[in-house]
Design a protein around this ligand. Sequence first.
Ligand SMILES: *[C@@H]1O[C@H](CO)[C@@H](O)[C@H](O)[C@H]1NC(C)=O
Ligand SMILES: *[C@@H]1O[C@H](CO)[C@@H](O)[C@H](O)[C@H]1NC(C)=O
Ligand SMILES: *[C@@H]1O[C@H](CO)[C@@H](O)[C@H](O)[C@H]1NC(C)=O
Ligand SMILES: *[C@@H]1O[C@H](CO)[C@@H](O)[C@H](O)[C@H]1NC(C)=O
Ligand SMILES: *[C@@H]1O[C@H](CO)[C@@H](O)[C@H](O)[C@H]1NC(C)=O
Length: 325
Amino acid sequence: MIFLVFGVLFAVPYATMESIKVAESYWTLKANELVVDEDIAKYGSKFLVPLVCGEAFEGQDITWRREGGDELQQKGNRILVMVEERQGGNYSCYSREGSYLNHTLVLVRWPYRKIIKGTPEKGYIYCSAKSYSGSFQCSWTWDEKRAGKVVLIKVTRSNQEGIITCRMTSNGQGVTCQDQAYCPYAEEWDNINFTVYFQSNYVIETYHLQFQISDIVRPDMVHIKKNTTTLELQYPETWSTPFSYFPLTFQVKEIRCRKKNCDCSKHRPRKVHLTQGREWPLKEGVTVCVRAQDDLCNSSWSEWSRFRCMKNKKKNRRRGRQKEE
Ligand SMILES: *[C@@H]1O[C@H](CO)[C@@H](O)[C@H](O)[C@H]1NC(C)=O
Ligand SMILES: *[C@@H]1O[C@H](CO)[C@@H](O)[C@H](O)[C@H]1NC(C)=O
Ligand SMILES: *[C@@H]1O[C@H](CO)[C@@H](O)[C@H](O)[C@H]1NC(C)=O
Ligand SMILES: *[C@@H]1O[C@H](CO)[C@@H](O)[C@H](O)[C@H]1NC(C)=O
Ligand SMILES: *[C@@H]1O[C@H](CO)[C@@H](O)[C@H](O)[C@H]1NC(C)=O
């Protein structure tokens, strides 16, 4: 379960020191975790971040240590630490007697997109909904080289109040969310704001998407059921009911393909049929490819389903006839 927490902006009243600038604003991601937004134009590749051990330790003899390093030269309750080339760190403070008091994890949010795979054109995070139930999924692909993890997800509706809860999928490559207040029968006026924060080492990347359920709805695969002389195109079980209120459009291609596992998406017959009807004639030797789309909005098509109608083998037919005789 990921908690929805809002970052807090601080204005820092420090002046510059030796021409290395002090980060002017930073925000807390979680307790004891500070994030500074990288701004090369403003700060250069090095900047200072102010740390406080704790209000209660004002005026005390405090020493600091960066995880994996020696004791810092800076001493006291308030110090400035340098972030160089995005090298954040985990800084702990200790009393004069050497006992641990507190720590702050310093992270840098950079503008790059490296923790997960994708391109600006294709996008990085893919969200979809199987129906109008208010449930949706967003997924991504980790970059193997980065050891990324999700540190925070913020999901809100832009206007309406209501709670959207999310949980990680078991494969760790996405989240499943549920808009508790979603009403499938009403017009969807406002957008869902979806922001995810990824962390890899001391770096943070944020990804933001805005959408409506109707933009991302994508039916599951159509079931094709063989009937005596027809094929019945069945709505996916996961689709919203009643079907008359949530009609689907089917796209049907008839292809000739000898292989058992033809790839429907690769075949381009001259005619692609569009129908809302749920019956399709059965033709010998023809493979029927079907996919579905929400009839009322131009969102994604489902994956293709296919049904291959075998030619009746002569041998079998003859044998059948012989039996009848
Ligand atoms: C420890 O440091 C955090 C900032 O990282 C601060 O918010 C918190 O109040 C400090 N805890 C104490 C006990 O002073
Ligand atoms: C940072 O250091 C503190 C104190 O040693 C430790 O409790 C905490 O788990 C560390 N955090 C990370 C993210 O390594
Ligand atoms: C949703 O996102 C838009 C665009 O980023 C922003 O202007 C708006 O304030 C956000 N609304 C909420 C409730 O977060
Ligand atoms: C064949 O399809 C029709 C129309 O969809 C349906 O009424 C009938 O029950 C089906 N027959 C079988 C055997 O499934
Ligand atoms: C539906 O969407 C597709 C792809 O996004 C686009 O090419 C097509 O023109 C759209 N059709 C209508 C009727 O808006």
